[in-house]
Design a protein around this ligand. Sequence first.
Ligand SMILES: NC(=O)c1ccc[n+]([C@@H]2O[C@H](COP(=O)([O-])OP(=O)(O)OC[C@H]3O[C@@H](n4cnc5c(N)ncnc54)[C@H](OP(=O)(O)O)[C@@H]3O)[C@@H](O)[C@H]2O)c1
Length: 323
Amino acid sequence: MTDKFRWGILGTGSIARQFAEGLTALPDAELTAVGSRSEETARRFSEKHGAQRHHSSYEAIARDPDLDAVYVSTPHSLHCENTLLLLEHGQNVLCEKPFAINLSEAERMIAKAREKKRFLMEAMWMRFNPVIRKLGELLEAGAIGEPRQVMADFGFRADFDPEQRLFNPDLGGGALLDVGIYPITFARVVFHEAPVSVVSAAGRGETGIDEQSAYLFRYESGALALLSSAIRTETPHEAVVCGTEGQIRFPRHFWNPDRLILNGDEQRIEIVGNGYNYEAAAVMECVRTGQLECDVMPHSETLAVQSQLDEIRAQWGLTYPGE
Ligand SMILES: NC(=O)c1ccc[n+]([C@@H]2O[C@H](COP(=O)([O-])OP(=O)(O)OC[C@H]3O[C@@H](n4cnc5c(N)ncnc54)[C@H](OP(=O)(O)O)[C@@H]3O)[C@@H](O)[C@H]2O)c1
């Protein structure tokens, strides 16, 4: 029997709960340790999710000698600092999206992982979803000819709270970094290249961050991607890939789909667990086989998307504190 893979979780917020739940779908994984800024929060999270031990600081979980990988689930502005701390102490790291606030942070994180010879990956779970993998296969097989247009949106309505991470510039708030990264990644999955031209627009809110934004990408071939995101407006959550010989539609939550529609024909794929288990399983496979990056979500893709995010923000003059 294989030894259980020993996971740590750093930061005990809403996505950390879902990731812990996702691990329960993997018989060869266990939540071993939890690290929080507070003893009380760490203990409660660890009791609720059956972790073996808890740490009352991020430094303490970084020093835990018996972990196979640690998942970073703090706000965007802390990803770089938290990841560097973990890598410095020799941990393998799965870091939430967006990987960092900007390209320069992302490059430092990747350089540290290489220096320490540790595994590092951005937790862009959409790339591991079986339906998204199927999309890649269909495009590869020419199921809709040459892709010419992609449309995708991810917008939801959150209550306005200037302190909350979605709206707080200190925590890297804004629709682009929180959810715009999904349609942008989706376009990347389809076209596998950077656009030659990017036009974008942002509706900025009281705290200065983009409460909604849209991005129009043009590729070398003339193909286009029409993408948008929002944190104060609910949008349809659809994606469509239009090719020279047909369409592939994702009728709902394209970032975690259980079906696609190929030229009118609905194809469902069974999703096991809550979806976060797929990225966790990929990390486990890589770490167990000694790979330092994952070919489904390699560093080059993280850097490509991160530089896109920088380019778009530069068009609006949106910078975060410390940049
Ligand atoms: N993959 C996905 O589907 C998905 C979905 C939602 C969010 N995310 C990503 O996951 C990350 C966390 O999002 P979330 O929604 O889980 O956030 P959240 O509920 O606000 O939790 C963030 C956690 O980070 C820790 N933290 C450290 N410093 C903090 C600070 N100054 N302010 C607030 N929290 C701080 C806290 O844990 P302790 O108190 O334990 O230290 C907190 O519970 C973000 O990068 C987000 O983009 C991904």
